[in-house]
Write a protein that binds this ligand. Structure first.
Ligand code: NAP
Ligand code: ZN
Length: 352
């Protein structure tokens, strides 16, 4: 256990599916390489809901969710040179990793081959201390896992970049979205809307594939050139064999074969959406056309900083609805109904 600790206000779920309620946690006093952050805003990712509902089967309670953290540095440890009090910073899905395997050495900490520590619903590398996320007013994080938020991005609109932004930037960059590439984004939610803005800024031609036509005007404002409503047969038919790359952000089971049919020869569909259910794929959705189905998870720390700088340069921010902490349970219900355009962000001042 930590020797000295900082009393911290938080919101936690006590058991699967229970409402989040006020909860007190302890943060460690910053060690030599630590940064103590005064949390200002935290986004609500659909992963928070999956995990509070224990849908992925790995939930630890009590759970303080939140991995889209934006705040201001309060204090730093003696060996920290990259940050100082007053800096505007962010923390995403990771707070530690082994820092010595091949993936960590390449700055791909999200693929750490030994042990990583997720920001919440996990244990620190000591194997006993639970990690608690950003629905809390302070957090102490190793400097390697902290990133700088560009001056031109307000902290509330920056918070969602720490997960939704990097989770879509990373595969778009890895699979070379850019001029001459036709990119489709399935699901216009928190991740999807970031994918559209980022892919558009990278120079790709972007299509949104949503369930209805309701979000068409928004998609166009975000930079999408084309729009497909998967509930409309004619719209679906026109989408066959059209895309080099599909970023699939869907949060519940949907028909994979329909989306695979939209890839061109040699196209790739990347799953970032993580429904709890299996997603059956017919072999003949993939074999003709030499298509690929891939996955991707968040991003490493160097790439997260690169994404933030890219968003700063292109003035990309999240479309948000700011809520107070006592509205969090209602926000979860609305998120499950896709009743949000496009990310809830908690004003952590309401918790202080
Ligand atoms: P979100 O805001 O709820 O967006 C998901 C979108 O998926 C919805 O807006 C909806 O878009 C579409 N959708 C939902 N159910 C569908 C269905 N049955 N059929 C077709 N489309 C459906 O969620 P999010 O925060 O963007 O997260 C999306 C998923 O990514 C979640 O599963 C989350 O856990 C996962 N995730 C993964 C990573 C990673 O590292 N790989 C990181 C973060 C999140 P339309 O209304 O436009 O149809
Ligand atoms: Zn997330």
């Amino acid at each position: 256990m930590v020797q000295t600790a900082i009393k911290t206000k938080a919101y936690a779920a006590a058991a699967p599916g229970e409402d989040l309620k006020p909860f007190e946690i302890q943060r460690r006093e910053p060690g030599p390489n630590d940064v103590l952050i005064d949390v200002k805003y935290c986004g609500i990712c659909h992963s928070d809901v999956h995990q509070v509902l224990a849908e992925w089967g790995n939930s630890i309670f009590p759970m303080v969710p939140g991995h889209e953290i934006a705040g201001v540095v309060e204090r730093v440890g003696s060996k920290v040179t990259k940050f100082k009090a007053g800096d505007r910073v962010g923390v995403g899905c990771l707070v530690d990793s082994c820092k010595e395997c091949g993936s960590c050495n390449e700055g791909l900490e999200q693929y750490c081959e030994k042990k990583l520590a997720l920001t919440y619903n996990d244990l620190e590398l000591d194997g006993v201390t639970p990690t608690y996320g950003g629905y809390s007013d302070k957090i102490t994080v190793l400097d390697r896992f902290v990133v700088k938020i560009p001056d031109n991005i307000p902290l509330d609109k920056a918070a969602p970049l720490l997960c939704a932004g990097i989770t879509t930037y990373s595969p778009l960059s890895h699979w070379n979205a850019g001029p001459g590439k036709s990119v489709a984004v399935v699901g216009l939610g928190g991740l999807g809307h970031m994918a559209v803005k980022i892919a558009n800024a990278m120079g790709a031609e972007v299509t949104v594939i949503s369930r209805s036509f309701n979000k068409k005007a928004d998609a166009e404002k975000m930079g999408a050139k084309n729009y497909v409503a998967s509930s409309d047969e004619a719209s679906l038919k026109g989408a066959r064999n059209r895309f080099d790359l599909i970023i699939n952000t869907v949060s519940s089971a949907a028909d994979m074969n329909t989306y695979m049919s939209m890839l061109k020869r040699d196209g790739t569909m990347v799953l970032v959406g993580a429904p709890a259910e299996d997603l059956p794929v017919n072999p003949f959705s993939i074999i003709p056309g030499r298509k690929a189905l891939a996955g991707s998870t968040i991003g490493g720390l160097p790439e997260t900083q690169e994404m933030l700088d890219f968003c700063g340069k292109h003035n990309i921010t999240a479309d948000i609805e700011v809520i107070t902490i006592d509205q969090v349970n209602e926000a979860y219900e609305r998120l499950l109904k896709s009743d949000i355009r496009y990310r809830f962000v908690i004003d952590i001042n309401s918790l202080k």
